[in-house]
Write a protein that binds this ligand. Sequence first.
Ligand code: ADP
Length: 542
Amino acid sequence: MLGLMQDWPLLMHTVLDHAAIQHPHRDVVSRSVEGPFHRTDYATIRGRALKVAQRLMKDGIRQGDRVATLAWNTWRHLEAWYGIAGAGAVYHTVNPRLFPEQIAWIMNHAGSRILMLDLTFVPLVQAMADKLPLVERFVILTDAAHMPQTSLRNAVPYEEWLAEADGDFAWVRVEENAAAGICYTSGTTGDPKGVVYSHRSNVIHAMICTQVDAFGLGAADRVMPVVPMFHANGWSLALSAPMVGAALVMPGAKLDGASVHEVIERERVTFSAAVPTVWMMLLQHLEATGARIGSMNRVAIGGSACPPAITRAYQEKYGVRVIHAWGMTELSPVGTLFAVKPEVAHLTGDDMLRLQAKQGTPPYTVEMKITDDDGRELPWDGTTFGRLKVKGPAITRRYFRREEEEVLDENGFFDTGDVATMDENGYMEITDRSKDVIKSGGEWISSITLENAAVGYPGVAEAAVVSMKDAKWDERPLLILVMKPGVLSPNLTQMRDFLADKVAKWWLPDDLVVLDEIPHTATGKILKTRLREMFKDHRPAA
Ligand code: ADP
């Protein structure tokens, strides 16, 4: 017997339709790439997104075609997303911080036929245009007055291009499992892989993110996505904000501490989301100027582990609750979020901060387990760590154009490549990435735990731990440090003494080297593959 409810497919445009009907005049404010602030609302965004869809079809874009964007968070990028998906096509967000060769590789792999790009990226794309043979047209996200001189194929200013559509158009109805967007992983581990979101997975994931114990979004919120839309699906905010009628405040191209602060104050932002580096920069600005962020009441921090010092400062000094979150491109991206369950509500002070250093608990729709190398499930005791695996309706089951490759285990779980503990209350804590864990005498040493402990040494700016080959133990930890300017580095004995009461004795590093700089990925994470390559023949002196 079937249920007798209506068939109402979960399509992206339904989110924008709802926002335009229920919250037509809600602000969508952007710092434009051209400079000035720009104000619009959901009703207007919807009208223009319909024009984008109509205009794309005039350019020959059809269902399933890819249309790429290389753009900051602004209202135009938002219109482009909904317009592309609303034409039945697939938005493909490209990360401008990748190397030009990677961008060309990704563009060609995705087969994007049109590229919409911000003024900022015209020189970059111009220099690599001959490597983008599949792009038929370049739409520059600006108006005629700001259009630069360019030899890019069929280049047009977005506003002129859009004006050629009258908006008399209906969304192209696709089925809810049709592709809506593609985002490539940043390639920390090998070639970038294309993650293909569907309309259904995007809508379900956005609903999850609005929940009270997730981002807790409502119509009274003024949401500022600092996390760029080209990072891991923009953490859902381009969907979850309009879904509940929250105002959107788009920060554009300027993401330094002072600029982010200016937008928060000017637009009375209540909620924001970004990687720890951004919140570190804002904190430095606040400390240096004595400025406040009175309108903000919570902030989601993820992408890499949020140091307790940041959580403490925001919560205790600025009254902003920190929502530590973990996720990855393959999870749409949110996998866990930190909220206080009644079981832990009695914790205070440092005990609560210690718990908040964990990445939180999976929301409904994210099934989670930890296993050993043979796939056996491990206990949720807060200390045993193993491979973190997940299952759910907004989690990857295959990568684009690698359909032959099985990425799920025999029970349908996706191996995240992260190593984690789960505690008795369901809180997950990342202890490493599986490729970075140091396997010493059959036991695992967490490189992240060692790094976090080592940065506590006075004067250490950054720490990374990689494995060294060892005849007896197979692998042993090598500690790599970058010191703050003008500070003398500790020697190995001093560092080992410092770490002795923080980690198990057999975890202590067997050698230490100091570098001027540690290599990073385009998304700001330590590039362990490069470090491993640099130190592959390194052996401890003694
Ligand atoms: P990539 O996998 O290419 O680096 P992602 O942006 O998808 O690109 O990164 C996902 C990874 O980032 C996760 O697998 C995890 O290792 C790391 N990560 C994300 N959030 C956190 C967090 N809160 N704490 C620790 N690590 C995190």
